[in-house]
Design a protein around this ligand. Structure first.
Ligand code: HEC
Length: 109
Protein backbone atom coordinates (compact mmCIF):
# COMPACT_ATOMS: atom_id res chain seq x y z
CA UNK A 1 0.00 0.00 0.00
CA UNK A 2 2.77 2.42 0.98
CA UNK A 3 4.50 1.59 -2.26
CA UNK A 4 1.39 2.50 -4.18
CA UNK A 5 0.89 5.81 -2.35
CA UNK A 6 4.41 6.87 -3.35
CA UNK A 7 3.48 6.40 -6.96
CA UNK A 8 0.34 8.54 -6.80
CA UNK A 9 2.08 11.84 -7.65
CA UNK A 10 3.78 10.11 -10.56
CA UNK A 11 0.46 8.80 -11.85
CA UNK A 12 -1.00 12.27 -11.47
CA UNK A 13 1.71 13.82 -13.65
CA UNK A 14 1.46 11.08 -16.23
CA UNK A 15 -2.22 11.88 -16.61
CA UNK A 16 -2.16 15.66 -16.41
CA UNK A 17 0.79 16.51 -18.66
CA UNK A 18 -0.53 14.83 -21.82
CA UNK A 19 -3.91 16.47 -21.18
CA UNK A 20 -2.29 19.90 -21.03
CA UNK A 21 -0.27 19.17 -24.15
CA UNK A 22 -3.44 18.34 -26.05
CA UNK A 23 -5.10 21.53 -24.80
CA UNK A 24 -2.17 23.62 -26.05
CA UNK A 25 -2.23 21.86 -29.42
CA UNK A 26 -5.86 22.82 -29.87
CA UNK A 27 -5.15 26.56 -30.05
CA UNK A 28 -6.11 27.75 -33.54
CA UNK A 29 -3.21 27.88 -35.97
CA UNK A 30 -2.74 31.25 -37.68
CA UNK A 31 -2.20 31.03 -41.42
CA UNK A 32 1.43 32.15 -41.98
CA UNK A 33 0.38 34.18 -45.05
CA UNK A 34 -2.21 36.10 -43.06
CA UNK A 35 0.36 36.72 -40.37
CA UNK A 36 2.81 38.02 -42.98
CA UNK A 37 0.19 40.36 -44.45
CA UNK A 38 -0.58 41.57 -40.96
CA UNK A 39 3.07 42.06 -39.97
CA UNK A 40 3.95 43.88 -43.18
CA UNK A 41 1.06 46.29 -42.67
CA UNK A 42 -0.63 45.80 -46.07
CA UNK A 43 -3.94 46.62 -44.41
CA UNK A 44 -2.62 50.00 -43.35
CA UNK A 45 -3.29 51.03 -46.96
CA UNK A 46 -5.31 48.23 -48.57
CA UNK A 47 -8.72 46.79 -47.77
CA UNK A 48 -8.49 42.96 -47.78
CA UNK A 49 -11.67 40.91 -47.28
CA UNK A 50 -13.52 43.81 -45.69
CA UNK A 51 -10.76 44.86 -43.32
CA UNK A 52 -8.18 47.59 -43.78
CA UNK A 53 -7.49 51.07 -45.05
CA UNK A 54 -8.71 52.99 -48.07
CA UNK A 55 -5.48 54.69 -49.18
CA UNK A 56 -4.87 52.07 -51.87
CA UNK A 57 -6.99 49.78 -54.09
CA UNK A 58 -9.06 47.07 -52.35
CA UNK A 59 -7.17 43.79 -52.87
CA UNK A 60 -10.06 41.40 -52.31
CA UNK A 61 -10.80 41.10 -56.05
CA UNK A 62 -7.22 41.65 -57.21
CA UNK A 63 -7.12 38.13 -58.68
CA UNK A 64 -9.64 39.10 -61.34
CA UNK A 65 -7.29 41.83 -62.62
CA UNK A 66 -3.78 40.48 -61.99
CA UNK A 67 -2.23 37.01 -62.08
CA UNK A 68 -0.37 35.64 -59.03
CA UNK A 69 2.91 36.43 -60.84
CA UNK A 70 1.86 40.03 -61.49
CA UNK A 71 0.91 40.44 -57.82
CA UNK A 72 4.33 39.09 -56.85
CA UNK A 73 5.95 41.57 -59.22
CA UNK A 74 3.97 44.44 -57.68
CA UNK A 75 5.25 43.41 -54.25
CA UNK A 76 8.84 43.15 -55.41
CA UNK A 77 9.05 46.53 -57.09
CA UNK A 78 6.41 48.50 -55.22
CA UNK A 79 5.54 51.73 -56.95
CA UNK A 80 7.31 54.32 -54.85
CA UNK A 81 10.63 53.41 -56.47
CA UNK A 82 9.20 54.30 -59.88
CA UNK A 83 7.87 57.61 -58.56
CA UNK A 84 4.37 56.45 -59.55
CA UNK A 85 2.75 56.18 -56.18
CA UNK A 86 3.62 55.40 -52.58
CA UNK A 87 3.52 51.62 -52.24
CA UNK A 88 6.77 50.44 -50.67
CA UNK A 89 8.84 47.64 -52.18
CA UNK A 90 8.96 44.32 -50.37
CA UNK A 91 11.98 42.95 -52.21
CA UNK A 92 13.63 41.91 -48.96
CA UNK A 93 11.12 39.07 -48.57
CA UNK A 94 12.06 35.57 -49.65
CA UNK A 95 10.88 34.28 -53.03
CA UNK A 96 8.79 31.78 -51.11
CA UNK A 97 7.03 34.48 -49.08
CA UNK A 98 6.36 36.54 -52.20
CA UNK A 99 4.92 33.50 -53.99
CA UNK A 100 2.71 32.61 -51.02
CA UNK A 101 1.30 36.12 -50.86
CA UNK A 102 0.78 36.32 -54.60
CA UNK A 103 -1.07 33.03 -54.55
CA UNK A 104 -3.13 33.92 -51.48
CA UNK A 105 -4.28 37.28 -52.86
CA UNK A 106 -4.93 35.82 -56.30
CA UNK A 107 -7.19 33.14 -54.81
CA UNK A 108 -9.32 35.60 -52.80
CA UNK A 109 -11.51 36.50 -55.77
C1 HEC B 1 1.95 52.75 -47.79
C2 HEC B 1 0.73 52.18 -48.38
C3 HEC B 1 0.82 50.78 -48.94
C4 HEC B 1 1.21 49.62 -48.30
C5 HEC B 1 1.73 49.46 -46.88
C6 HEC B 1 1.02 48.55 -49.25
N1 HEC B 1 0.53 49.03 -50.43
FE1 HEC B 1 0.01 47.93 -52.04
N2 HEC B 1 -0.43 49.65 -53.07
C7 HEC B 1 -0.40 50.93 -52.52
C8 HEC B 1 -0.82 51.88 -53.55
C9 HEC B 1 -0.96 53.40 -53.35
C10 HEC B 1 -1.11 51.12 -54.71
C11 HEC B 1 -1.57 51.64 -56.08
C12 HEC B 1 -0.33 51.81 -56.90
C13 HEC B 1 -0.57 52.35 -58.26
O1 HEC B 1 -1.69 52.25 -58.78
O2 HEC B 1 0.40 52.88 -58.83
C14 HEC B 1 -0.84 49.74 -54.37
C15 HEC B 1 -1.01 48.67 -55.24
C16 HEC B 1 -0.94 47.33 -54.88
C17 HEC B 1 -1.26 46.24 -55.75
C18 HEC B 1 -1.74 46.35 -57.19
C19 HEC B 1 -3.19 46.77 -57.11
C20 HEC B 1 -3.84 47.00 -58.44
O3 HEC B 1 -5.04 47.26 -58.41
O4 HEC B 1 -3.16 46.97 -59.47
C21 HEC B 1 -1.07 45.09 -55.03
C22 HEC B 1 -1.28 43.64 -55.50
C23 HEC B 1 -0.64 45.48 -53.72
N3 HEC B 1 -0.56 46.85 -53.67
C24 HEC B 1 -0.36 44.59 -52.69
C25 HEC B 1 0.13 44.96 -51.45
C26 HEC B 1 0.52 44.03 -50.41
C27 HEC B 1 0.35 42.51 -50.48
C28 HEC B 1 1.01 44.76 -49.39
C29 HEC B 1 1.65 44.25 -48.11
C30 HEC B 1 2.79 43.38 -48.30
C31 HEC B 1 0.90 46.17 -49.77
N4 HEC B 1 0.38 46.24 -51.02
C32 HEC B 1 1.28 47.21 -48.96
C33 HEC B 1 -0.07 51.28 -51.23
C34 HEC B 1 0.39 50.40 -50.28
Amino acid sequence: MEQFLKKVPLLFFCAIIPTLAIAVDNTPQIDPVLELIHTLGCKGCHMISGEGGSLAPDLTQIGSRLTAIQIEAQLTTGTASQGKSFMPSYNSLSINELKQMGKYLYNLR
